[in-house]
Write a protein that binds this ligand. Structure first.
Ligand code: ZN
Length: 241
């Protein structure tokens, strides 16, 4: 008996975290785009939750995109701004009123009401009731300049989420890591990584990666299969607050 107990204790200390403590949050940015429909199909088939942080301007682009802003079970639609800062982040941030107005405009287009789950364009920033984290890639001066933007957006009914790891893509949208490589990165991170919240990995992806040209459905299905095999839990972003 004592020997068994000693083994159990050893096992507990040897495992950085038990599988049950490992939750992955699948998040997709910049939709609706080519690739969004494939994501929704796979989520439905696999019965896995995810969050799609959408861009108001993309949702307005055409009827196909408008139809992709779906309220379907397991899928949380989040706000990723109206304009996506036109990809000029340093110009966009610092104008606090403009940033708040852009986020509110996307609420109207996407049909979202507070509290709205949101991700700021180009910024890995958290502003949640339970925690706050700034974007480490910004210099101190820029971070200080943008801080009022984050605070006022949060105070306007938004919960802001950054990310812990990214499935990176090329300019074309083509995924950089293979599914196997990504999964090995996730394994390593669950063992040794520091997340915004312990044991909870927010994975950032972009809708355009999942278009047919890049075999999006098969790759996303393979990713989910690998994560299920490891008994990771799939979290809905609202439970990350
Ligand atoms: Zn984006």
């Amino acid at each position: 008996m004592p020997l068994r107990l000693a083994h159990l204790v050893l096992l507990l200390f040897a495992s950085p975290a038990l599988a049950a403590d490992r939750t992955i949050y699948l998040t997709f940015d910049d939709g609706p785009l080519n690739g969004t429909a494939n994501i929704l199909d796979v989520l439905q088939a696999e019965q896995v939750p995810a969050t799609l942080f959408m861009v108001g301007m993309h949702a307005e682009a055409n009827a196909t995109n408008r139809a992709l802003v779906q309220r379907v079970p397991l899928v949380t639609i989040g706000n990723h701004s109206y304009s996506h800062a036109y990809n000029h982040y340093r110009h966009f941030y610092g104008d606090t009123e403009g940033v708040v107005a852009d986020m509110l405009k996307a609420n109207a287009v996407l049909g979202l009401k507070p509290a709205v789950h949101a991700r700021l364009p180009g910024r890995d920033v958290f502003r949640l009731p339970s925690m706050s984290k700034d974007d480490n890639s910004l210099g101190l001066a820029q971070a200080g300049r943008e801080d009022p933007d984050y605070e006022f957006v949060a105070a306007s009914g938004f919960w802001l989420y950054g990310w812990d790891h990214e499935w990176v893509h090329e300019d074309s949208g083509k995924p950089v890591q293979s599914v196997d490589h990504l999964v090995s990165e996730i394994d390593h991170l669950f063992g040794y990584g520091h997340f915004a919240k312990p044991g909870r990995l927010i994975l950032l992806m972009h809708d355009e990666m999942f278009q047919d040209a890049f075999d999006g459905k098969a790759k996303f299905t393979a990713l989910i299969a690998a994560l299920k095999l490891r008994h990771h839990a799939f979290g809905a972003i609202a439970t990350h607050d």
